[in-house]
Design a protein around this ligand. Sequence first.
Ligand SMILES: NCC(=O)CCC(=O)O
Ligand SMILES: [Mg+2]
Length: 330
Amino acid sequence: MHAPYPALRLRRTRATAWSRRLHAENVLTPADLIWPLFVTEGEGVEEPIVTLPGVSRWSVDRIVASAREARDLGITCLALFPNTQKERRSDDGAEALNPDNLMCRAIRAIKQAVPDIGVLTDVALDPYTAHGHDGIVDDAGYVLNDRTIELLIGQSLNQAEAGADIIAPSDMMDGRVGLIREALEGGGHVNVQIMAYAAKYASAFYGPFRDAVGSRGLLKGDKTTYQMNPANREEALREVALDLAEGADSVMVKPGLPYLDIVREVKDAFAVPVFAYQVSGEYAMIEAAVAAGAADRDAMVLETLLAFKRAGCSGVLTYHALHAARLLAR
Ligand SMILES: NCC(=O)CCC(=O)O
Ligand SMILES: [Mg+2]
């Protein structure tokens, strides 16, 4: 067969800026961005996180100011993570159930001051446990599934009562989405969404996050008995199918860039809202490349975030959210 060239030239539509824009198949907007924020005790406090240059832990009053700034830039949702004081951590993570814990105070303050931005809250015990695991650990160090779920239900209700809009269980216990949904319905929280961390991998990319929430030095062992093996893709589809059947409104894949193949497969297989988390190690890699003079931050941020859209994401959790929203506002 004769090649279509020269009649067909794909470079023709790329020849001018207006035409490239016209033919763009995907677009990144501030509405696609979920901004993770770390909360700490005190007032007027900003604590820079060394392994996440440019990211800080903020006290509740500073978080509220950030929420306002994010809303004004068109960011749709915040994700909150508490840096729980060491003396409030325990083996069972009971601080997660305290209606006046740092997380609940931050949720209430944001929803009161900036009601038109969404608040997503992480459900897992690692910011509250003395051992840094996401659940209750037995004598052999195994994280107990069903015992842990009992606490996750209480944690979810606690966050919903404080005003959380989206409950995001990141613990990877089996069966927790259905039981949390049932408890939310029973508690009258019928419009509180669940975004399930459905395919969360046991990844080397979470290191700086553990510094941020103060669990790095505490964690004994690793999370491979509950988070997924990076080798697996069929298992991710099973995880997603179960969470959807149990009532998840949307699902998440985590980490982000190294797992975009999973995002695309989930999107194609289920046609549901899929989100991904560009995690702390991914952020740190970009910042390290910029610091080394090896990369242009603005271009890299926008390109990586657009790649999530192309892979099928409805939105992305990213520590670069504010920076990206400012770039998009230009
Ligand atoms: N459950 C939330 C996380 O584990 C975040 C990980 C990261 O940003 O590295
Ligand atoms: Mg699961």
